[in-house]
Design a protein. Structure first.
Length: 118
């Protein structure tokens, strides 16, 4: 069982930056691929970025490529999402997910709200 807790969301102006964190419980964090998803009001949850257990593989949605960076610190059981050049369309609740295989996430956090105002 893995418990995930996101933090770092908030209100930011267009063009600003935020760094989200997702802290995980357990001793086997490095075994899990991690991902960030987001869900805007009235929309389906969409993929944002993923990172493999070792951090050697990362992948981004086209909409955030070049602006967002996913990283992890396995010693701290934490995955991060650095978000730069934020746009109003980045406004959403951001969730982190964990799974033993890339693309299959079975554990989820409660989400953190990101609001980008113009």
């Amino acid at each position: 069982q893995v418990q995930l807790v996101e933090s770092g969301g908030g209100l930011v102006q267009t063009g600003g930056s935020l760094r989200l964190s997702c802290a995980a419980s357990g001793r086997t964090f490095s075994m899990y691929a991690m991902a960030w998803f987001r869900q805007a009001p009235g929309e389906e949850r969409e993929f944002v970025a993923l990172i493999s257990g070792t951090g050697g593989i990362t992948y981004y949605a086209d909409s955030v490529k070049g602006r967002f960076t996913i990283s992890r610190d396995n010693a701290k059981n934490t995955v991060y999402l650095q978000m730069n050049s934020l746009k109003s369309e980045d406004t959403a609740v951001y969730y982190c997910g964990a799974g033993l295989k890339i693309g299959t996430y079975v554990y989820w956090g409660q989400g953190t709200q990101v609001t980008v105002s113009s």
